[in-house]
Design a protein around this ligand. Structure first.
Ligand code: ADP
Length: 200
């Protein structure tokens, strides 16, 4: 059985870096956000049901979800967000199952689920053998993200404040990689140690 690992971490924690290292060690990666976005992109699997549920005005000329209109709708009618999720979630689940099957058929020993909202949304935990959290100090997050994106430190702090609290993320973890004061080489060593426990 391939190990199923949920990977999460706050913005700038180094989650993408760790994922890349795990992939280099042979893990298959499943990107839950990308799968979710694809369902509502042009020609996505959710579009027909969105047209039926919300009306043709919610689909753009090129066949994608009209996100602006949906935002307005969800603002005026909060239940619309849940209705949209009820369309998208099962489709995301199906696509994830398809990608898991493909990874297993290709002989993957470890499947890493990249799930930004793993802690916020309880629906993932039961599918995962272990939850790996990449963690660092908030000010390190701020420094990394400002350097990468050019956002002002306060803008990064606002993003961090909107994410799951650090303590909640740590409480959900089976394993924590502390990406603080580490060179990338030292981080790679940590990832290799974790990877061994995942059968890589
Ligand atoms: P996340 O995916 O959690 O937002 P990233 O993996 O993209 O974070 O890392 C944010 C930035 O910090 C990237 O530019 C990355 O190269 C850098 N970074 C992460 N960890 C380290 C580290 N240990 N040493 C140096 N740079 C790092």
């Amino acid at each position: 059985m391939a190990a199923r690992i949920g990977l999460t971490g706050g913005i700038g924690s180094g989650k993408s870096t760790v994922l890349g290292m795990l992939q280099a060690l042979g893990a298959a990666a499943i990107d839950a956000d990308a799968i979710s976005r694809a369902t509502t992109a042009a020609g996505g699997a959710a579009i027909a049901a969105i047209r039926e549920k919300f009306g043709p005005d919610f689909v753009t000329a090129d066949g994608a979800l009209d996100r602006g209109r949906m935002r307005e709708r969800a603002y005026a009618h909060p239940e619309a967000r849940r209705e949209l999720e009820q369309i998208i979630h099962p489709l995301v689940g199906e696509e994830i199952a398809r990608q898991v099957d493909a990874a297993l058929a290709a002989g993957a020993r470890c499947i890493v689920f990249d799930i930004p909202l793993l802690v916020e949304s309880g629906r993932w935990r039961h599918q995962l053998d272990r939850v790996l959290v990449v963690d660092c100090e908030p000010e390190t997050q701020v420094a990394r993200v400002s350097a990468r994106s050019g956002l002002a430190p306060d803008e990064v702090r606002a993003i961090i404040a909107a994410q799951a609290p650090r303590a909640l993320r740590l409480a959900a973890a089976d394993l924590v990689i502390c990406n603080e004061g580490l060179t990338l080489e030292a981080l790679r060593n940590e990832v290799e140690q974790a990877a061994r426990t995942f059968g890589l």
